[in-house]
Design a binder for this molecule. Structure first.
Ligand code: FO1
Length: 344
């Protein structure tokens, strides 16, 4: 295998990508060449405009993580960060104050926003930022693509007994950052998604891949939104590459983030098997050839296999790069020999 494509959200996906790249470079993945390329298609529905700046959390988390600039404790933003800009904005009484913008991070958003204002696409901006963050370490072997260059935003309808309708809609970032996903997400609205177009290179990255991986990202507001970009799902079912996923749900709950709330919001069972069956088997109009669950969920393997998806229970805790590389190796091993669809 020489070309791997990964559909990624923020923290979970970025952490997986670190281990995947480590595994490739150290030859730990069976049948994967050490100079194999990794193309990351990142979710952009978390994006928001704030203080006149375009913030792209999932693109930046992947970029900072693979460029070794991420703050490992927070899982987002820059390490060695300072907060003078945010503090000064608060002193001016500028709202919102709940979204933390570090000074170093602000520079990224300034570069991105002024390039967008100058007419560059999000793809071109991302390519420019990655020349600083990815090229020195990964050369041309890692590419980061936004799922679309069009504006897409996930909004969340929540109960609000002060409004006549009894509900109000907040941006996903307010739901997650200010409300800590502490209230039920009654409805998810993916503003602009149906009219969005895949960014340049996205469809080819799926159809030309030797392997497509769904990392343990949020299956609804990260992988789900990428799959929601028109033509992406068709590319996933048409590609000759095996498609393998890793469950973000372990022991009935998410490891980090808010996958549990999001799955509940769309009526999907919050379990390793539930997510695998939600993605569905390629042989049954779904997108998966293989699905890895954690050893804690080994009893769910049979249910996934019965749906036509190869399944195995392996350790899925990304405790360090070697552990994550072992997960990636298990994913490759599970489907490495899969027969491309047109030979079934
Ligand atoms: N997450 C938080 O929990 N609190 C924050 O203040 C916060 C700020 C922030 C700024 C830039 C950025 O790229 C990410 C940021 N995040 C913050 C994380 C963000 O909400 C998540 O990375 C995803 O959007 C959800 O997966």
């Amino acid at each position: 295998m020489r070309a791997i494509t990964v559909l990624s959200g923020g923290m979970g996906g970025a952490r997986f990508l670190q281990g995947l790249c480590h595994g490739i470079r150290t030859g730990a993945l069976p049948g994967v060449a050490p100079d194999a390329t990794v193309t990351v298609i990142a979710n952009t529905a978390d994006d928001l405009w704030i203080h006149g700046l375009k913030v792209c959390p999932d693109l930046d988390t992947v970029m900072y993580t693979l460029g070794d600039g991420i703050d490992l404790d927070r899982g987002w933003g820059r390490r060695d960060e300072t907060w003078s800009v945010s503090t000064e904005l608060a002193e001016y009484g500028v709202e919102p104050t709940w979204f933390g913008l570090g000074d170093r991070d602000v520079a990224t958003h300034l570069v991105r926003s002024q390039m967008l204002d100058a007419g560059y696409s999000l793809s071109e901006v991302t390519g420019a930022l990655c020349r600083r963050w990815l090229t020195p370490t990964h050369g041309e072997r890692v590419r980061l693509l936004p799922m679309t260059d069009d504006r897409v935003e996930t909004h969340v309808a929540i109960a609000d007994d002060e409004s006549p309708s009894g509900r109000r809609v907040v941006h996903f970032q307010e739901y997650w950052v200010r409300l800590r996903a502490g209230v039920p997400a009654e409805t998810l609205v993916f503003v602009g998604l149906d009219d969005s177009a895949p960014a340049p290179g996205v469809i080819d990255a799926i159809t030309d891949a030797d392997l497509v991986i769904l990392p343990p990202s949020n299956p609804v507001v990260s992988v789900g939104t990428i799959l929601g970009v028109p033509r992406v799902r068709e590319a996933m079912t048409a590609t000759r590459a095996p498609v393998v996923g890793l469950s973000p749900i372990v022991g009935g709950t998410h490891v980090r983030g808010m996958a549990e709330q999001m799955l509940t919001s769309i009526g999907v069972e919050v379990s390793a098997a539930g997510v695998g069956l939600h993605y569905g088997a390629r042989t049954a109009d779904g997108i998966l050839d293989g699905w890895l669950v954690d050893e804690a969920d080994a009893e769910e393997v049979a249910r996934v296999e019965a749906a036509g998806i190869a399944c195995r229970a392996v350790p899925l805790m990304m405790t360090d790069h070697d552990a994550t590389a072992a997960m990636a190796a298990a994913a490759v091993d599970l489907v490495g020999g899969a027969t491309p669809r047109d030979q079934v």
